[in-house]
Design a protein around this ligand. Structure first.
Ligand code: NAD
Length: 466
């Protein structure tokens, strides 16, 4: 498998792909190591994760450079991703022991007690995308390990070197052999993992692939968590603070070169302020600094791969052919690398792919609306239901939209901040299950109900003989 630097189009490494038989071997070994790892006291597991965290901190600059070279993220954002990950690990270290503590249940009887105990599931297959090569895997790996599971991890083919680096740092931190193994490859390797004897699949990626993974996992009824694509609405009402909402929309749409699951993919602005919003927004988009992602002044790097660039070009062409107008950008840059100009489109119609599909790149679609009802209708007119961002100074408007939006998450006068205490995940074709938060940690556990009677004369009236 060739690893290509999207800035230079050069092959930076060639790697051997893990075959289905390699995957089977890795799963068998992970099953064996589960016995001892799951029985280890959580304090010992925490010690190893703390060492891993310290190593990540020590290697921050190099890791950020690796991410930037491998998938084109601006180095400044890659360093930000590492800082966010370090904070996420702090959260998992402090919250996991609480989240998996036995929970007593009140069933209203004197002589019968009941509780839930949270036990590890076994071997977990983890499959991730490339857009956050460190943080997305860590949302799975760290709680997965702390709750006592063993893991087979398949990073995206476009962020494999970062995935391998995670494995090396865990090993250096003292993680016992075969508790965590990285497998390398594309769809075929992922499919082999889904069809293997792992007990759970935790998947982050596109909805299209998510459906295949879900149906593959269903053949042996594996537990799954699915964090999938989105086409999040960003809704701005006429009383919003324009400068603030423009800045949030700019960040929301162009962060990571527009390659974020919860990006502001459809920006709806109330008619009264539409023109002012658009002109302020376009001015700022024109000032975004496009260039080498390793330069710390760069704000927009390349798209991750040629395939993704071609898909983006097709989406914009489809919009233009159906009557959209490009106010800036609209084409790839004439230089080496998979660069696309930051683009703003207006005159968007609901039959355009930029409205119907997920747009993964630096292309903003701005759409006017009349009333709160129309904003809600347009926002919900999608197969996705990941997040939403709403801007207004009117509490009633915010409450009404928050209740009516079909999504797993809504940010009111904020954009996309993944607070660790808040569950992260979507509905509709954006996913199943949650990450982060107590709920996300418990996804990696079997919720076992334990009922105990102390009644020596117990004989329930429904037992034989009637
Ligand atoms: P993708 O679906 O193409 O690939 C994701 C992973 O699945 C990769 O590791 C890939 O090799 C693997 N894969 C591909 N085919 C497979 C198969 N048949 N069986 C098993 N595994 C298979 O997605 P991508 O292009 O890497 O990432 C972008 C997508 O991820 C976007 O849709 C984005 O919205 C989504 N995403 C979602 C979240 C979230 O939290 N909801 C976060 C980040 C990214």
């Amino acid at each position: 498998m060739k690893i290509i630097n999207p800035t230079t189009e050069e092959v930076i490494k060639e790697l051997a792909i893990s075959t289905p038989s390699d995957v089977k071997k890795a799963v068998d070994k992970a099953k064996e190591s589960f016995e001892s790892w799951s029985k280890l006291d959580i304090s010992k597991r925490i010690e190893i994760i703390k060492k891993f965290q310290a190593l990540l901190k020590k290697n921050k600059k190099d890791f950020a450079k690796l991410i930037s070279t491998e998938m084109g993220k601006c180095v400044i954002e890659a360093e930000g991703e590492i800082d966010a990950t370090l904070g996420d690990i702090d959260y998992f270290i402090s919250e996991t022991p609480k989240a998996i503590k036995d929970e007593d249940l009140d069933i209203g009887l004197d002589k019968v007690s009941a509780k839930i105990s949270y036990e590890p599931i076994g071997v977990i297959g983890m499959i991730t995308p490339w857009n956050f090569p460190l943080d997305t895997p860590i949302w799975k790996i760290v709680p997965g390990l702390l709750t006592g599971n063993t893991i087979i991890f398949k990073p995206s083919e476009l962020s494999t070197l970062s995935g391998i680096r995670i494995g090396e740092l865990l090993e250096e931190a003292g993680l016992p052999k075969n508790v965590f193994n990285v497998i390398i490859g594309e769809a075929k390797t992922g499919k082999a993992l889904v069809e293997s004897e792992v007990n759970m699949i935790s998947f982050t990626g596109s909805s299209e692939v998510g459906k295949k993974v879900l149906s593959g996992s269903g053949q042996s009824l594996k537990k799954t968590v699915m964090e999938l694509g989105g086409s999040d609405p960003f809704i701005v009402f006429k009383d919003a603070i324009i400068e603030q909402s423009v800045n949030a929309a700019l960040f929301g749409r162009f962060l990571n070169c527009g390659q974020v699951c919860t990006a502001a993919k459809r920006i709806f602005v109330q008619k009264e302020i539409f023109d002012e919003f658009v002109s302020t927004f376009v001015d700022k988009v024109k000032k975004l600094r496009v260039g080498d992602p390793l330069d710390s002044n760069t704000e927009i790097g390349p798209i991750v791969s040629k395939e993704q660039l071609v898909n983006l070009e097709k989406q914009v062409k489809d919009a233009i052919n159906k009557g959209a107008k490009s106010l800036c950008g609209g084409k790839r840059l004439s230089r080496k690398g998979y660069f696309y100009e930051p683009t703003v489109l207006v005159n968007i119609k609901e039959n355009m792919t930029v409205f119907r599909e997920e747009v993964f790149g630096p292309v903003a679609s701005l759409i006017p609306f009349d009333s709160i009802e129309e904003a809600i209708k347009l926002a919900n007119d999608t197969k996705y239901g990941l997040g939403a961002s709403v801007w207004s100074q009117d509490e009633k408007v915010l409450d009404k939209v928050a209740k009516s939006i079909q999504s797993g998450m809504v940010w009111l006068n904020d954009f996309g901040t993944p607070y660790q205490q808040c569950p992260q995940g979507g509905i509709k074709e954006s996913g199943l299950g949650r990450e982060l938060s107590t709920y996300g940690i418990r996804e990696f556990c079997n919720m076992k109900t334990v009922v105990k009677s102390r009644d020596k004369t117990i004989k329930q009236p429904w037992w034989f003989p009637y």
